[in-house]
Write a protein that binds this ligand. Structure first.
Ligand SMILES: NC(=O)c1ccc[n+]([C@@H]2O[C@H](COP(=O)([O-])OP(=O)(O)OC[C@H]3O[C@@H](n4cnc5c(N)ncnc54)[C@H](O)[C@@H]3O)[C@@H](O)[C@H]2O)c1
Length: 330
């Protein structure tokens, strides 16, 4: 069976399904013919309007830490669980380390406990390649993990993976650990703790100069959200994925200064860029993932060329500008 057809008639739970990646995943699952996609999100860093308004999507406004809610959603019998709910990301975790541990640590433990208790067929966990590898050599491969991490968020993303392994090894729960690298695309509302691309687009559309924290020569492996979603659909249904950890990235390195220049071009912003100090926790001047493992194991193949992905993201900003302005959290 095709990996997308595997979702036909299924009940799927997406924690964090109102968020940047979760909202895109929810739409893809609903369009793949899932009978019901349950979105569990406390809207702590997302907006209700970002949840796809489709007949087979059910929204539950609550926290993954809430026991009654977990009972309510898990006893609806989801066969597949995507656990994306998290306190996002590095700076947020430095400002709120206890909340980070609660949501990313205990929230993941509780999700896995209920998944085990209700005999869920598979749990796909959203881990972070920018977190767990520390300063391992590039391109980052799945087997080099680091104990030398820079933020509480990086620690708790690793912790989530360790819990997944425990539930896999001890209870036989089918877990998959997917590691994303700097996702971007429609669905990410700008804000103080958000990724650089939505914030650059927001500032550029407001005619402001784009602040580069560093020299601009730093690189990241930016991945279009649609490609991550395709990898997640594969990870949630293909037997080869079970028990594995996999990078879902673009496999391409791009400089921050190029991203800023392209966004200024796409939006017609003439204010240019300004250079500011690098953040203390931001110790990685380059990031590049190896995607060989996901390619070989589940046929993952990112398809979206970077400038095309940026153009689609800018188009989403234009279509939703009033809502984005009202929702941006700076
Ligand atoms: N975006 C990236 O570049 C990236 C990279 C690596 C890993 N990840 C991981 O992927 C996942 C999704 O990332 P995203 O960019 O969509 O982030 P996001 O912040 O947009 O999504 C997370 C969602 O979880 C929700 N949430 C937070 N606390 C919650 C709680 N206690 N109960 C229920 N919901 C809660 C938020 O409201 C939000 O909608 C996260 O787990 C993140 O750590 C993201």
């Amino acid at each position: 069976m095709n990996y997308v057809d595997a979702y036909k008639g299924k009940t799927v739970l997406v924690t964090g399904g109102a968020g940047a990646i979760g909202s895109n995943l929810t739409r893809a699952l609903a369009e793949a013919g899932a009978q019901k996609v349950i979105v569990l999100d406390d809207l702590s860093s997302a907006e209700r309007w970002n949840v796809p308004d489709l007949p087979n999507v059910a929204f539950v406004h609550a926290s993954v830490l809430d026991e009654e809610t977990l009972k309510h959603v898990f006893f609806q019998g989801p066969q597949i669980v995507y656990h994306l709910a998290a306190l996002f990301a590095n700076q947020n975790s430095i400002d709120h380390p206890e909340r980070d541990l609660l949501v990313n640590g205990l929230g993941t433990l509780k999700t896995l406990q209920y998944a085990h208790l209700t005999r869920v067929e598979r749990v796909v966990y959203a881990s972070s390649g920018c977190s767990v590898y520390g300063k391992s050599p590039l391109p980052l491969r799945e087997d080099f993990l680091s104990m030398d991490l820079d933020t509480p968020y990086q620690i708790t993303k690793m912790l989530g993976e360790l819990y997944c392994n425990f539930f896999r090894n001890y209870y036989g729960l089918a877990t998959v650990r997917t590691r994303f690298f700097n996702s971007y695309g429609p669905g990410e509302i700008p804000g103080r703790y958000r990724n650089v691309i939505p914030n650059f687009i927001y500032w550029a559309m407001n005619g402001q100069p784009l602040p580069i924290t560093g020299s601009g020569e730093e690189t990241r492996d930016w991945t279009y959200v649609g490609d991550i979603v395709d990898g997640l659909l594969r990870a949630g249904s293909m037997p080869e994925a079970v028990g594995e950890a996999m990078n879902l990235a673009s496999g391409v390195e791009t400089r921050v200064i190029d991203v800023a220049t392209w966004i200024n071009e796409l939006t017609g912003n003439e204010a240019g860029v300004v250079y500011t100090e690098r953040r203390k926790w931001d110790t990685k001047s380059r990031l590049l993932a190896s995607i060989d493992k996901a390619r070989q194991l589940i046929g993952y193949e990112p398809k979206t060329e970077f400038r095309e992905g940026l153009a689609r993201t800018v188009a989403w900003f234009r279509e939703n500008w009033d809502k984005i302005v009202a929702s941006a959290r700076f």
